[in-house]
Design a protein around this ligand. Structure first.
Ligand code: BDR
Ligand code: CA
Length: 315
């Protein structure tokens, strides 16, 4: 499987790269960066640092520095001032390519028609921009897996909104409505349930790099949730892209609430189960094609795969 990653590294974004690098028959083709957890310049430096550390020799393209229609918001309280829990380290020795992340996505979608899958684990600004310069992107990509949304559970930025969709609701809504035939949304309904307990972290070897940056992230989650451990959102999305059988799904038409006073950024679905022949129509995004939303996952199996991935020696 060829994968292009769009990310805002970010501690759990880093874990997603560790996860993908450990999978047989999975090739990361390129990485695009986006604002989100940290400003895009920091996300780009972190993507370069991680590719150097992990021996992933792929182009890194810097993407959007701000959302389509609102001001930039970041999440250093979750990911640390440098996005990697204070452990980002030295300046990278490699550089980003000069192409934008949206241009890179368009170019590689043309190079590998129907053979390139997209893992989007940050705000969807780059993907929305790519759709604007290449409206045929849905026909060109194979699978698309997006980490975002909170359908039947509380949000993590507001009561209703999850961070990736909150950071650019207009972009998220454009992507959900673009007509991707194989689109999977991995939201908080499964990622919060996929909480990695404190014992998982404590059992990691003392000297490995992920153990350092995960400590900061776990401290945040412990104060937020009142229990030890952390939530591995982005690597779970990566795992579901590589192995869709890790999850079960609800199929529906999805949209993002853009105007709600309290609900802006919320993922919404047409959740009424209307009887055949019902006079009531679908009232949410009836014109959209269906996507899949993950509702359960095999979490023990995933956490074991993640443990294996972060403890492999670097190349
Ligand atoms: C998502 O938001 C970011 O903080 C994480 O990296 C993840 O992609 C979780 O809501
Ligand atoms: Ca992320």
């Amino acid at each position: 499987m060829r994968i292009i990653v769009d990310a805002d590294p970010g501690i759990d974004d880093a874990l997603a790269l560790y996860y993908l690098r450990a999978q047989a028959d999975t090739e990361i083709v390129a990485i695009g960066t986006v604002h989100g957890n940290v400003p895009v310049e920091q996300a780009t430096a972190n993507a370069l640092r991680l590719t150097e550390r992990l021996g992933i020799k792929v182009p890194v393209a810097m993407g959007a520095g701000k959302p389509l229609a609102q001001d930039l918001m970041t999440a250093e309280e979750v990911h640390g001032h440098d996005g990697l829990g204070g452990f980002a380290g030295d300046e990278p020795t490699t550089a980003c390519t000069g192409e934008s992340a949206a241009e890179q996505l368009k170019r590689l979608a043309h190079k590998y028609p129907k053979q390139l899958s997209l893992l989007a684990i940050g705000p969807l600004t780059n993907v929305a921009l790519a759709l604007q310069i290449e409206p045929r992107l849905p026909e060109l990509l194979d699978k698309v897996v997006v980490m975002g949304g909170a359908l039947n559970v509380p949000g993590n930025v507001t009561s209703y909104a999850e961070a990736n969709f909150w950071h650019d609701p207009e972009a998220a809504d454009l992507v959900l409505g673009a007509g991707f035939e194989d689109l999977t949304i991995v939201g908080l309904d499964v990622t919060m349930a996929g909480h990695a307990p404190g014992e998982w972290l404590e059992a990691l070897p003392q000297d490995i790099y992920p153990r350092k940056f995960l400590r900061f992230y776990a401290d945040f989650y412990e104060s937020f949730l009142g229990k030890s451990g952390f939530v591995p959102h982005d690597p779970l999305a990566a795992a579901i892209l590589v192995d869709p059988a890790l999850a079960t799904y609800q199929e529906d038409r999805f949209a993002i609430e853009l105007t709600g006073r309290y609900t802006r950024g919320k993922l919404v679905a047409d959740q009424r189960f209307l009887a055949p022949g019902s006079p009531f129509g679908r009232d949410i995004a009836p014109e959209r094609i269906k996507a899949k939303y993950a509702v359960t996952t095999k979490n023990d199996a995933f956490l074991e795969q993640l443990r294996h991935a972060v403890t492999l020696p670097y190349d």
